[in-house]
Structure formats: C-alpha cells, structure tokens
Write a protein that binds this ligand. Structure first.
Ligand SMILES: Cc1ncc(COP(=O)(O)O)c(C=O)c1O
Length: 470
C-alpha cells in the first residue's frame, strides 16, 4: 500500500498529518485533496487549470507515451543545453528581451531557484561583498510566504516586509519612496539590506509594475546601494487583455542593461502553464557567482558541485518539458504549441477574470483593483468590514470545519476564514495574514484554480454567507 492509499484509508492519519503541515496554503491543498467534501471549493491555492483543460492535455500530454531510455539516466542537473536554449527562446518572447540559453539555469521549482540565488550570493565574488547570515531581504508586503522558506530556512537570510499602505487612494501601491524608507530604517552603522525581491506580476495583488516605476527603483538600487534584486516573474504570461500597465521584465529595463550583474530573474512552469506538480524553476542571470553556483566549479582553489544537483531539473522533467517546448501548434502555422497556448491563456484568463469580477460585484464583495491593472491569477478581497461579526439566526450552525492546525493568524481573520470554509459555504480563500499583510481582513482568491463557472458559484456562496454576518 502506498502512503497515498494509507492516508485515504485512514482519515485519522490524514487529519493528524494535516495538523502538522506548517504552511496554511499547503495544508489547504492537502485538506481539499484528501479530506474535504466533494462540494467544497478551494480557491486558496495558486493553481491554474485553464490551459491544461483547454489544449495542453489533448495537444501535448496525450501524445507523450513512454519515457525513452535516454531519459532514465543522469542528465545535466541545471538542464541540458538544448532545454536551456528552448526555455531562453520562450522567455525571450515573454520578457521582451533577448535571453541567452547560457544564462538560463534549471532547477526543481522556483522556490529552489530563489534559494540557489541566495546561496550563490553568499559565496565567492557575487559582485559586491558576499551576503552573510542574518543579512536582510526587503520584500514589499503582502508577499508570497514561500520567500521565507527560500531565503531564511537554509541560506539564513532574514526577510523584512516593506508594508504597502492599506488605506487611501494609493493603497497597495508600491513606490520608490517606500523602498528607500525601508532601506534607511533597516540600515545600521554595520549593516544594510542586501537583497530586494520584487514579484512582477505580483502575488497576491496581481498587478504589473510600470516600466517607469521599475526604472526608478532599479536605477536607485543599482547606483545607490549594494543590494541585489531578484525579480520573480513566475506569473509573466498571466496577463489580462484589459491591462494597460503592461508587463515589463527586469531584463527589458535600461537600468538592467547598464548594470546586469546584480539582477536575477526567476520563472517556472508552475503558474502560467499550470504544471505546479512538476516543480520546474529557472534562474536567468549573467552574474558569474550565480553561474558558478548553478553549474559548479572545477577551480582547484574552490571546487563546488552544481547546486541544482540536490534539487535537479532531472531527466523526467527534461523529457516532458522538452516535449512541451517542441510540440507544434495545430494548423497551418509553424508556430510552437507554447506560443499558441500562452496567447490562448491570456484570453482564457481575461474571460475568467470578467466572469468572476461580475460575480463579486453582484455579490457585493469588495476587492482591490484599479481599472487597467493586471490581476495575474488573483483577486485581493477586502473583507475587513466582516471582521468580528457573527452569523445571524437564519444561518444553520455547523460543527465547524476541520482544524488545519495553528498558523498564527489574527483571531478575527481566522474566524472569518473558518466560517467560509464551514458548511454550507465550503469555500477556502487564503487569509492575508499568511502573506504577511499588515492588517487583518484581506483574503486572496485564486480565480484560475477552478473553471470560471465553478468560481462564480463559489463567489455566490461566499456572498450569501457574508450577507448573513451581523
Ligand atoms: C511568487 C511566487 N514565486 C514562486 C512560487 C513557487 O514556485 P514553485 O512551485 O515553482 O516552487 C510561487 C508559488 O506560489 C509564487 O507565487
């Protein structure tokens, strides 16, 4: 019997394991997979089923039959040169800047790509002094909680949220002034922050940063500080057709062209292509210390093994992703499937966004979105006005949902989260507290986690449940 079967055979064991999963997003994914009722809908986890169901399954996966023998042996742990070239071509299209295969390094997931960059910057000659244990990483907050795992757990850096304003006309808007202020606040006579991490498009806010803002930030950071910048562009293809603030990659900035050495971009197939379980990640960097870390070094004075050896872009990934990257689109064009799929994805995403937005508006659920902004895969719901409220008498009381363990949330935010998770609503949203939001009451809804009609139904259930709070 596999572990998986054992868990399904024993709900007690599954419930026990659930209580011990440290990350709430992962706990929710596990709960919905193994324990929740069939009617429960999980919109908390950042997943994307749109492209797979639309075309990928039929056009790519149904044709992948057997893993060839050549793909069951060791292969280059940062990806084969061919695969790195193919990913460079894909990213050249997506990022609007030429990416060389030689500057692309594969690894098992973007989480690992981030960790590899952190380790590389702690090694020899990263351009500027190497980072040390306890060095500070600035992150506009809210931010994806996994940055803490990637930078703190093993590289021993320390994440510092740069809290975006949560009120006023500029709420949740990033400015250079906020970064400068955080940098100053965190600087002491013997230490200054060493890393700035920008997620573009943003998770959970969904926005693209404007080219002007990015030029301003990069110019200041690269000229006035010795910080490195990691630009996490994992959602770069997740673009609404209504977005007027167009996506600009770090690699397309003038500031980057002038000083490329301290800028590192990461991307992977988990989000835009919905292949989260594959764990694929790439670092794009021209920095020689990053290159040395990713490919290893035979320099006798400091021979090192490639970091991705331990979390590799292994032969299975190389085979399947290689097939995906070389599949042709159907029809008379000589276009690649990936080009077709990402164009279609933007249409699917835009249609889903419109459906779900209309449902949120109809249900009177507030969210943070400025016309013309991108949304990537998310709505950032503002449920602050429901904090501390209780269901009125017409609401059927339920025993409450299964506990997911302690996650240090604000008690009112947690109560609201559990209320929506309980019968009869049974919709999971990700509480903002998980993502280091500075005030309680905000929740992330991932609208690509299910087909639009199902998300619409979930939103209606949430709207009804909120309406019963007094
Ligand atoms: C901004 C961001 N970066 C990285 C990741 C993790 O990517 P992976 O699953 O490839 O490790 C996520 C996943 O939610 C994310 O939102």
């Amino acid at each position: 019997m596999t572990n998986h079967d054992a868990m399904l055979a024993s709900p007690e064991a599954a419930a026990d394991l659930l209580g011990r999963l440290p990350d709430l997003e992962q706990a929710l994914a596990f709960y919905h997979r193994h324990l929740a009722s069939r009617t429960a809908i999980d919109l908390s986890v950042a997943e994307n089923i749109l492209v797979f169901e639309h075309s990928m399954q039929k056009k790519v996966f149904e044709d992948i039959k057997l893993i060839p023998e050549t793909s069951i042996k060791y292969s280059a742990s940062a990806g084969t040169p061919k695969l790195r070239e193919q990913v460079a071509d894909l990213l050249t299209l997506a990022l609007g800047a030429t990416v060389e295969g030689d500057d692309v390094f594969g690894v098992a997931g973007v989480s690992s790509a981030l960790e590899c960059v952190a380790f590389a910057l702690k090694g020899r000659d990263p351009v500027g002094p190497p980072l040390k244990d306890g060095d500070l990483v600035l992150l506009p907050a809210p931010y994806w909680q996994g940055f803490n795992w990637s930078f703190e757990e093993r590289p021993k850096l320390k994440c510092v949220p740069v809290n975006l304003p949560t009120t006023g006309p500029d709420r949740y808007r990033l400015t250079l002034a906020q970064i400068k202020q955080a940098y100053r606040d965190q600087t002491t006579p013997d230490r200054a922050p060493r890393l700035l991490v920008l997620t573009n498009p943003h998770n959970p806010l969904g926005v693209n940063y404007s080219r002007a803002l990015l030029e301003e930030i990069y110019t200041w950071v690269l000229n006035e500080t010795d910080m490195h910048i990691i630009s996490d562009e994992i959602y770069c293809h997740s673009q609404l057709d209504s977005s007027t603030t167009k996506f600009t990659s770090a690699l397309a900035l003038d500031a980057y062209r002038e000083q490329p050495d301290r800028v590192h971009v990461v991307w992977g197939f988990a989000k835009d292509f919905g292949l989260s379980g594959f764990r694929t990640g790439f670092v794009v960097s021209q920095n020689t210390a990053v290159r040395r870390a990713m490919l290893g070094s035979d320099d006798p004075s400091e021979a090192t093994h490639p970091l991705p050896w331990f979390t590799p872009f292994d032969s299975l990934k190389t085979y399947v992703i290689g097939e995906l990257l070389s599949a042709p689109a159907d029809g008379p064009t000589s276009e690649l499937y990936t080009t077709y799929a990402m164009r279609e994805y933007s249409k699917l995403l835009s249609a889903s966004f419109r459906t779900v937005r209309a449902a949120l508006d109809a249900a009177g659920i507030e969210y943070v979105h400025h016309e013309g902004d991108n949304a990537a895969q998310f709505f950032w719901l503002d449920l602050t006005k429901y904090l501390g409220k209780r269901p009125d008498h017409s609401h059927e009381e339920d025993a409450g949902p299964m506990s997911l363990g302690a996650h240090g949330l604000d008690p009112d935010e947690e109560r609201l989260f559990d209320y929506l998770r309980a019968k009869p609503t049974e919709v999971s949203l990700l509480p903002g507290g998980v993502m280091h939001n500075s005030v309680p009451g905000y929740f992330r809804l991932c609208y690509t986690a299910r087909q639009p009609e199902e998300v619409r139904a979930a939103v209606q259930r949430v709207g009804k449940a909120l309406g019963q709070l007094k």
